[in-house]
Design a protein around this ligand. Sequence first.
Ligand code: DQA
Length: 156
Amino acid sequence: MKRLLLVNGPNLNLLGTREPGVYGQKTLADIEHEVETTLKENGWEFDAFQSNHEGDLIDAIHESRHESTGIIFNPGAYTHTSIALRDAIASIDVPVIEVHISNVHKRESFRHTSLISPVTWGQIVGMGTIGYTLAAQAFIDHFREENEDGEINETT
Ligand code: DQA
């Protein structure tokens, strides 16, 4: 069975009330529910984790390394500062899609650099909260297996 871990970093627990003009109206629980629904419809298992603490995020990434097929990660402001989180991702073999709700490239210059991006599989930036579900779709599509006749086998 394929398994996805959704990880959200600092201040993302306040989605829904945090700067809604930038991050939208949906709560983190809403987002987790949407991602879980998409994954379960496609036969995937789902786990979610949020923390405001860098070390706890590192521990969650390490602990998932033998269980998760993929990780969707919004590191919040740690995107721009954390060599330790970058090293955690580089230390495991699980592919990571980095998601940012806002278009960080249109915002303050300190948000233009991601220390995380070079060690991720890909990024989805500026698409709003649907970006998380788009990332889940990318994993589902990538890990779907074809049989010898070119038919799609839903992976189990
Ligand atoms: C964010 C962008 C970061 O710059 C910011 O610190 C966040 C959220 C986003 O999802 O757009 O906390 O990662």
